[in-house]
Design a binder for this molecule. Structure first.
Ligand SMILES: *[C@@H]1O[C@H](CO)[C@@H](O)[C@H](O)[C@H]1NC(C)=O
Ligand SMILES: *[C@@H]1O[C@H](CO)[C@@H](O)[C@H](O)[C@H]1NC(C)=O
Ligand SMILES: *[C@@H]1O[C@H](CO)[C@@H](O)[C@H](O)[C@H]1NC(C)=O
Ligand SMILES: *[C@@H]1O[C@H](CO)[C@@H](O)[C@H](O)[C@H]1NC(C)=O
Ligand SMILES: *[C@@H]1O[C@H](CO)[C@@H](O)[C@H](O)[C@H]1NC(C)=O
Ligand SMILES: *[C@@H]1O[C@H](CO)[C@@H](O)[C@H](O)[C@H]1NC(C)=O
Ligand SMILES: *[C@@H]1O[C@H](CO)[C@@H](O)[C@H](O)[C@H]1NC(C)=O
Ligand SMILES: *[C@@H]1O[C@H](CO)[C@@H](O)[C@H](O)[C@H]1NC(C)=O
Length: 641
């Protein structure tokens, strides 16, 4: 018996609810659900049957409105939908950093006039800087770094008079930097590694040169003076070194031009070439190759050839790079000298994915090299190519797989693309020599950070930094595990966690265990799960165990060891579990952490997670997804945003 009044009642009800709720929590909740449906399908706990969105992960409310959205590094994916965030008109803080968001920022964000903090760092947003932000009068902090924004730097920034923090580094912005004379509160400013040109405007001359790194076309205080301006030093980009034949111009390696701390600057510039725009890097490379091609036509000085054992003047030394071995060691055991290897046209590097051939084996052999470390699967060198780029070259040992199998497996590794993995760029296969070429990560490994010398210049590592490093490492391993039920890393340890930022890391050496043909159980024993008998067959749960040991290392500052091998150090899992909880603070945690007297509760949570990861039976260990989610919660509560 259908009532004829029902449609009328229903529409009245709908009208009423729309009208009265237009600006309240129900409407905010609807917007959040639309946001989840668009970019965060995994946030199942954001559930409309759960009455208040204020208790949802990453959400904070005030006066019954949503005021904070903080969802760092939780795998948001896709484009922000339009007509959604703009409905959250009470929003004050929007932090979506370290996700995989693409596209542009919807213009309706302009309706969120209460916004004071926007942090979209480390996503893949593109297009112009969103004009919506210029209508946000209270905006105090804007972070758009590590994205793919392009186009100009609008003078409209002057509209945001409250702005004190503006981070735009690592984008593709171009043209001239406008005078920001309206922004009197601007304290934190960084536009490094964009494509700006022209001179630094008057209002920004008080900023440090570090705020303008990696842009050879930008000049004027605090950078070297512009060409044409009265000066004693040449502007960057103009060949700065003496015309020694075979010498490569150092300007692109050291774009900031300063002489004093050049090795540090080079490190940053190298990071810029490696991490910054592919397009930009390619252009620099093309220019350099062109330039060097010309140079090579000059009569060669024999001393510039890297003959084995003979010290040679290397381009890097001109740029003030740290000392290194003078001869590149790759040619030695092949029997034939490096020159004969290079001249054989069949011996070429294979690039993975759709990377183009920006250097070749010949360049690697000519590069000057420095040993970075001798690891389980071979020795890794830092190679500074004459054409500018720096790469990490791993020379595999005991990798005697047949060629086809080797190539298939390495191609699979190359297909793994994730911000928390060190990218493989190329490889080389011959019967005697197998090389893997990776992007160079300049800040070293977690192992050297934790166990390197703690001299007077040693910076204590905060808990926030440790939690951030743990989170990125967990995300990297989680990604590897997500590629297939049997996919594992196989060699998780602190020397395979490379630092890419203050609170950030990347996982190195993924999948190498599968390339090894003569496994030795002694290797990696200190992180190995008890059930592992063959290092080529490491399960995901065994990775989780190793990661648990790594967490313990991170929290205690101690080197793990294996009692069976009688090594120095302690068997971390056994030792941690032997100490009662109430003694953790005094006996277990790194003294450096205890001294900082912060985040005690979070430290305990992280150590508890480490203990769960190192459960004796694999079934009792959490999955890497659970591990990463738990660290995410911990990091969120210590990092604020
Ligand atoms: C945003 O608000 C408008 C009306 O104010 C409404 O029509 C629309 O459905 C809302 N969008 C979302 C995603 O809640
Ligand atoms: C929402 O949560 C309830 C319990 O809180 C659950 O029964 C329901 O399946 C969830 N809905 C979705 C769509 O996840
Ligand atoms: C500057 O801000 C005002 C409101 O504060 C706004 O009306 C105006 O459109 C903004 N200008 C630009 C260029 O967005
Ligand atoms: C960045 O944007 C440029 C165009 O501006 C595009 O060609 C390039 O593929 C983008 N890179 C990434 C990593 O999205
Ligand atoms: C500079 O700030 C003032 C208010 O302090 C504002 O009226 C003016 O429009 C701003 N200039 C620009 C170019 O936005
Ligand atoms: C900066 O580059 C743009 C092209 O991208 C060009 O039009 C402009 O003249 C350049 N400005 C200076 C000062 O070199
Ligand atoms: C730069 O700093 C000096 C002192 O440190 C100060 O006197 C001057 O006003 C500042 N200039 C600008 C443009 O902020
Ligand atoms: C700006 O960012 C670059 C790249 O991350 C960094 O090397 C530099 O130190 C930063 N400068 C400042 C002043 O923070």
């Amino acid at each position: 018996m259908a009532s004829p009044h029902l449609p009328l009642l229903l529409s009245l009800f709908l009208l009423f609810s729309l009208y009265s709720n237009a600006d309240d929590l129900t409407s905010d909740q609807a917007a959040l659900v639309a946001f989840r449906n668009a970019v965060a399908p995994r946030l199942t706990e954001w559930n409309s049957s759960n009455s208040s969105p204020c208790s949802w992960k990453g959400i904070r409310c005030s006066s019954n409105r949503v005021t904070h959205i903080r969802l760092p590094a939780i795998g948001l994916y896709g484009e922000l939908p339009s007509g959604v965030l703009g409905n959250l008109t009470a929003l004050q803080v929007l932090s979506l950093r370290h996700n995989f968001l693409t596209g542009t920022i919807p213009s309706d964000l302009a309706r969120c006039t209460q916004l004071t903090i926007i942090n979209l760092d480390s996503n893949s947003f593109s297009g112009d800087i969103p004009s919506a932000i210029f209508s946000l009068p209270l905006l105090a902090s804007l972070t758009l770094s590590n994205n793919n924004f392009s186009g100009p730097f609008p003078a409209d920034f002057n509209n945001m008079t409250q702005l004190n923090t503006l981070y735009l580094q690592y984008n593709q912005l171009s043209g001239e930097i406008p005078d920001l004379n309206n922004l009197t509160n601007l304290n934190n400013f960084n536009v490094s590694y964009n494509n700006f040109n022209g001179s630094v405007p008057a209002s920004l001359r008080n900023m440090s040169a570090d705020s303008f790194r990696g842009m050879t076309q930008l000049c004027g205080q605090p950078l070297p003076p512009c060409a044409g301006a009265p000066s004693s030093a040449p502007a960057p980009g103009i060949v700065p070194s003496a015309p020694t034949p075979g010498n490569t111009p150092s300007a692109p390696v050291n774009p900031s031009g300063g002489g004093g701390s050049s090795s540090k600057l080079s490190g940053g510039a190298i990071a810029g070439i490696a991490v910054g725009s592919v397009v930009g890097a390619l252009m620099i490379l093309v220019l350099l190759v062109f330039f060097c091609g010309k140079r090579n036509a000059w009569p060669k000085d024999p001393a510039t050839k890297p003959m084995v054992g003979a010290p040679a003047m290397r381009p890097g030394e001109m740029a003030g790079l740290p000392k290194r071995s003078s001869a590149y060691p790759l040619g030695e055991p092949v029997g034939s000298g490096p020159a004969s290897v290079a001249t054989s046209s069949s011996k070429k590097l294979s690039f993975v994915g759709n990377l183009s051939r920006v250097y070749d084996l010949e360049d690697l052999l000519r590069a000057s090299a420095e040993v970075l470390g001798k690891g389980t699967f071979g020795t890794t060198y830092k190679a500074i190519l004459e054409t500018g780029p720096v790469v990490a070259v791993k020379r595999l040992k005991d990798a005697n797989l047949p060629e086809k199998e080797f190539r298939d497996k390495v191609s699979e590794l190359g297909a793994m693309q994730n911000p928390y993995l060190v990218p493989l760029q190329a490889y080389y296969y011959s019967r005697d020599e197998k090389l893997l070429v990776y992007e160079y990560v300049p800040m070293g490994s977690l192992s050297s950070l934790l166990h390197g010398h703690r001299g007077s210049d040693h910076m204590p590592l905060s808990f926030e930094a440790r939690a951030g490093i743990a989170l990125s490492a967990a995300r990297g391993i989680e990604y590897i595990h997500s590629t297939g039920p049997r996919a594992s890393h196989g060699n998780i340890k602190s020397s395979n966690v490379l630092l890419s930022g203050l609170n950030e890391a990347r996982i190195a050496d993924q999948g190498l265990a599968q390339l090894v043909t003569t496994p030795s159980l002694n290797r990696s024993a200190r992180y190995r799960a008890p059930e592992v008998t063959d290092i080529r067959k490491i399960s995901q749960k065994a990775d989780v165990y190793s990661f648990g040991v790594l967490l313990m290392e991170l929290l205690t500052g101690r080197t793990p060891s294996n009692a069976v091998n009688n090594e120095e150090g302690v068997d971390l899992p056994r030792w941690v579990q032997s100490v009662p909880r109430d003694k953790w603070k005094t006996e277990v945690f790194d003294l450096e952490l205890v001294k900082q007297q912060t985040a005690e509760q979070e430290m305990v949570l992280l150590l508890q997670l480490a203990i769960d990861c190192t459960a004796q039976h694999p079934d009792n260990r959490p999955t890497m997804y659970e591990v990463a989610s738990r660290i995410d919660e911990i990091f969120l509560s210590v990092s604020g945003q």
